[in-house]
Unconditional design. Structure first.
Length: 324
């Protein structure tokens, strides 16, 4: 199996529905409304997806829950051939943005990552992420959590949530703080917003990576600018299709962007929500666009170059790619 790197995965969004159901049962919380008859997450469209996602998070209430979730997620990823993964971690869902609570949750997540690395060889790094629709004030608290815990495990800072509200400049303070702390920067843009949102994000937040970014394809000048700047897109085709951004993979711009010289990577975003896995994404790209081993090798190389990790970790992952 091809060794893979994944840069765009939300930890809570990767929670298997059975895991969330078990937590709900243990805590006597009725979450039946978020599942369909088959037991999968049930939603239509992006706003409802966000509501269901946040409802699922209400039963993740302790560091131990996040420890167990991290292990469960890494088991899935390792089974897909992932050898290096970055997860978006939201202090909002780990104690509401309180720094002292966040430290406890983070210690539990890091302990799980260490045991997963020892058992399965998968390397995990964390990207502290603020949620756009929770607002700029909350993003400052989240940035503080990131600043105070930046280090060998927390290596990045991000922005997720509802792109249709507020402006990227509203989060500039948080991103400036994260940059000063030495963190790598990424923000969701060009998913529910068009090319202007991607431009604004690059200008105001000075990120090296964009989460999704696919709607840059609507502006040929922006495509060239992204290619020239070497900006990296964390593309999640299955997520875009499940949320109705494009009807089918053959309509998705990933191949056009790549052929225009934009650095793209491939991730799953929130795999159980979108009935996907990284292997399924790769298989679908091979089938739809005829991507072959050299194409996937390029995708992997893009991810390795753009990963928010130190030089020693990058070299270790590179060596494993050369001699799997
Ligand atoms: N949070 C989890 N998945 C997301 C997505 N696809 N877009 C924005 N925020 C998210
Ligand atoms: Zn995402």
């Amino acid at each position: 199996m091809m060794p893979k790197l994944e840069l765009h995965l939300h930890l809570e969004g990767a929670a298997p529905p059975a895991f969330i159901r078990a937590q709900a049962q243990r805590k006597s919380v009725d979450l039946s409304g978020i599942f369909d008859a088959q037991g999968n997450y049930s939603f239509r469209g992006f706003p409802e997806f966000l509501r269901i996602y946040e409802a699922a998070c209400t039963v993740l209430t302790s560091p131990q829950d996040f420890h167990d979730l991290t292990l469960a997620v890494l088991e899935h990823s390792a089974a897909e051939g992932v050898i290096y993964s970055e997860v978006f971690l939201s202090p909002d869902f780990c104690g509401g943005g309180d720094l002292s609570a966040w430290r406890d949750y983070l210690a539990a997540i890091e302990a799980a990552a260490q045991s997963a690395e020892a058992q399965m060889g998968i390397v995990l790094r964390g990207c502290v992420t603020c949620i756009r629709h929770f607002g700029p004030d909350q993003s400052r608290k989240i940035a503080r959590c990131a600043q105070e815990t930046a280090g060998s495990f927390i290596t990045g800072f991000g922005l997720a949530g509802d792109e249709t509200v507020l402006h990227s400049k509203d989060f500039a303070y948080a991103f400036d703080a994260a940059r000063e702390a030495g963190l790598g920067l990424t923000a969701h843009a060009g998913e529910w917003g068009g090319p202007a949102s991607v431009r604004e994000t690059l200008r105001d937040l000075r990120v090296s990576r964009i989460g999704h970014g696919v709607r840059a394809v609507e502006d040929p000048r922006l495509i060239d600018e992204l290619a020239e700047a070497g900006a990296v897109l964390e593309v999640c085709p299955g997520s875009n299709i499940a949320l109705g951004l494009y009807p089918r993979l053959k309509d998705h711009p990933i191949d056009r962007l790549r052929r225009a010289g934009v650095k793209v990577t491939v991730s799953t975003d929130d795999p159980p929500f979108f009935h996907t896995t990284l292997r399924r994404e790769y298989d679908a790209l091979a089938e739809t666009f005829g991507w072959d081993t050299p194409d996937f090798d390029q995708i992997t190389r893009n991810a390795l170059d753009a990963a928010f990790c130190d030089a020693e970790t990058r070299a270790r992952i590179a060596a494993r790619l050369e001699a799997p």
